[in-house]
Design a protein around this ligand. Structure first.
Ligand code: CP
Length: 312
């Protein structure tokens, strides 16, 4: 099957077949990352700009490593070291980047829709590396790859996602991706952190008690409390949050005995997840990071191979 998307702006426009193709391509690229010489010529001659206007460790590094392992020329700019600090608009910044003829711009931006805005205005491919509270497609894809590796399938799994649902772009992308691949999604968080109508994004159930959400779950995915996006009214205290919504060895026993524990990072240890769980035998958190490189190699490869374009 051919991949017919010029951009990766989110999971929402992708079909189950698209997701399957990305995951299968990532599986085939993963082996390269354990070779002595971790480089193939697949994207030789291509130029990839990683434009990160928000902080990132995992996503920025793994997109850069992914590009380099495919032999692309990768260049990074950040908001704080670009002329954005002198007042240049996003559109002007993008047009100036485009004048240097990149093939792909990978963008993380604090505003939801920034990658879509660029995709309408520049000629190269745009890959969304996280936009505001909207989507984080590559994170959801690496999450699915990790679940599939550990569980053998996605279909029929019970996946509990717990935390700050309102501010999480990871949860939106995961709802689209998991439900499209046949998993059942349960969301849990305090009433102030679960937006009304979230069920409409896919076939999901909403809980306000962590214990109900993780009962007999196959996968427990904890979300970061996003301190930078909180107001005091949403979160009375971190201690109270940890007491009712933090994952610890005791409440984890409610999930299936072979349940895996996931977190997109960065973690607030002692808040949404205890160190006993984060470092415990059921955690697959560093597998997620490892798979992030393979998934991003697959995305860069697939968008660069487009010859008949179906814009999202
Ligand atoms: N999961 C994730 O997006 O991490 P970074 O913010 O470090 O990229």
């Amino acid at each position: 099957m051919a991949f017919r998307h010029k951009h990766i702006l989110g999971i929402e426009p992708l079909s189950a077949e698209d997701i399957q193709l990305i995951l299968d391509t990532a599986d085939s690229f993963k082996e390269i990352n354990s070779r002595d010489i971790k480089k193939v010529p697949t994207l030789r001659g291509k130029t990839i700009i990683n434009a990160f206007f928000e902080a990132s460790t995992r996503t920025r590094l793994s997109f850069e490593i992914a590009g380099k392992r495919l032999s692309a020329d990768t260049v990074n700019i950040s908001g704080s070291t670009s002329s954005v600090v002198k007042g240049e608009t996003l559109e002007d910044t993008a047009r100036n980047i485009e004048a240097m003829s990149p093939d792909i711009i990978v963008i993380r931006h604090g505003h939801s829709g920034a990658p879509h805005y660029l995709a309408d205005r520049v000629g190269c491919s745009i890959v969304n590396a996280g936009d505001g509270a909207h989507e984080h497609p590559s994170q959801a894809l690496l999450d699915l790859m990790t679940i599939r590796e550990h569980k053998g399938t996605l279909k029929g799994l019970e996946v509990a996602i717990v935390g700050d649902i309102t501010h999480s772009r990871v949860v939106r992308s995961n709802i689209y991706a998991l439900t499209r691949m046949g998993a059942n999604v349960r969301l849990a968080g305090p009433g102030t952190m679960v937006p009304p109508g979230i069920e409409r994004l896919g076939n999901v159930s909403v809980f306000h008690d962590l214990r109900d959400a993780i009962q007999d779950a196959d996968v427990v995915m904890m979300l970061r409390i996003q301190m930078e996006r909180q107001s005091k009214t949403l979160l009375p205290s971190l201690r109270e949050y940890a007491r009712f919504y933090g994952l610890n060895p005791l409440n984890l026993t409610l999930a299936k005995p072979d349940a895996i524990v996931m977190h997109p990072g960065p973690m607030n240890r002692g808040v949404e997840i205890s160190s006993y769980v984060a470092d415990g035998p059921q955690n697959v958190i560093l597998n997620q990071v490892e798979n992030g490189v393979a998934v991003r190699m697959a995305l860069l490869y697939l968008v660069s191979g487009v010859d008949s374009m179906q814009d999202q």
